[in-house]
Design a protein around this ligand. Structure first.
Ligand code: SAM
Length: 343
């Protein structure tokens, strides 16, 4: 029998997925959502003038955003349609929204997109594609690539900040943490996750431990030092002594590294921990094989030395370092959470 309409629709959706992503990235990069937030109801010619682009191209982009559910248009008799943000754009695409993903979208557009254009090589070689995409050899993706220029570093940190703000509360409230007084957020980046933990747990203080290049930017993200229960310590978690804590948080850290390096880090955490201390891992888990988690694993392949793992792989890794009583929560947000206690 001939192809069914639904089958064709699904195949077209998959083949066109990259066009939808790029339309979103382009509108975001050209600040269309910010513009239509401050001036709703502009037509294509007015938007084109504001974003300094061609009228023809702007109209195509705006119409694509309407069909993707990012903008709404209102037809007018004998006049061109006018455009407004949808609720989705207001909530996630404005750069000043509390749950803005603008920073992450910029990272996707400028870093992940070029890396994904070499996905075939990533699959053949089993390694990241920074050299092919950006012409730079890197031994350590963070220190040699992301933190090589101030602009790329800030873009990366903004990306981490935006996801941490969206997922932070779900992770911080996934488990009863009332018995812990001190936590160390290893690779805690801008501190966005740490602030969610202190907000959710009034008796908890959190030390954010990250590379010096990151810690020196912490004021940029939290200029008011709103919470003195969050502090920052600079260091390298593979080499330096870790701050002492009752709870070690690893949010989107282990997926950056192969098992050998994960063992080095878990070994250091185990050495710093006494019985009753715990490790909380926040990652996208492969269980359930959702498109989000499996595509995220391809993302890690193209971008880092790591990959996403299943909850039992995390439990095994933790077990080898004396952490047991593992408990997993699937938060239905970007990240799931696992906690394990030092025996
Ligand atoms: N935990 C944050 C979150 O969930 O938003 C950031 C996750 S980001 C994928 C990885 C973090 O690990 C970055 O902030 C990076 O600077 C940090 N990192 C990488 N290598 C490190 C090292 N050797 N020592 C300390 N931090 C490191």
């Amino acid at each position: 029998s001939g192809p069914k309409k639904e089958e064709l629709q699904r195949i077209i959706e998959l083949m066109d997925g990259f066009k939808a992503s790029k339309a979103l990235f382009t509108a975001s990069e050209m600040c269309v959502f910010d513009l239509l937030q401050s001036q709703p109801g502009l037509d294509a010619a007015q938007v084109a003038q504001e974003i300094k682009a061609s009228e023809k191209g702007t109209e195509c982009l705006l119409e694509a955003c309407v069909s993707l559910g990012l903008l709404k248009s209102k037809e007018r008799k004998y006049q061109r349609p006018v455009y407004k943000n949808t609720d989705l754009a207001k909530r996630f695409l404005r750069s000043d929204a509390p749950f803005s993903l603008h920073g992450y979208i910029q990272h996707c557009n400028n870093t992940v997109w070029p890396l994904f254009s070499h996905l075939e090589s990533a699959v053949r070689e089993g390694s990241n594609q920074h050299e092919k995409a950006f012409g730079k050899k890197s031994k350590d993706v963070f220190q040699d690539t992301f933190y090589n220029s101030q602009e790329i570093k800030l873009r990366f940190m903004n990306a981490m900040h935006s996801i941490a703000k969206v997922t932070g509360k779900a992770i911080a409230t996934a488990f009863d943490l009332s018995r812990f007084k001190t936590a160390c957020d290893l690779g805690g980046c801008t501190g966005a996750m740490a602030y969610e933990f202190t907000k959710a747990h009034p008796g908890l203080s959190v030390t954010v431990f990250d590379l010096p290049a990151v810690v020196e930017m912490s004021e940029h993200f939290h200029p008011l030092h709103t919470d003195n229960r969050v502090s920052f310590v600079a260091g390298d978690f593979f080499k330096d002594e870790l701050p002492k804590a009752d709870l070690y948080i690893l949010a989107r850290i282990l997926h950056d590294w192969p098992d050998e390096k994960v063992h080095i880090l878990l070994n250091k955490i185990a050495d710093a921990s006494t019985p009753g201390c715990a490790v909380l891992i926040a990652e996208t888990m492969l269980d359930g094989q959702t498109a989000y988690s499996t595509l995220q694993s391809l993302n890690m392949l193209a971008q880092t030395e790591g990959l996403e793992r299943t909850e039992s792989q995390y439990a095994d890794l933790l077990n080898k370092h004396g952490f047991g009583d593992t408990c997993v929560i699937h938060t239905k947000n970007f990240l799931d959470a696992v906690i394990a206690v030092k025996m």
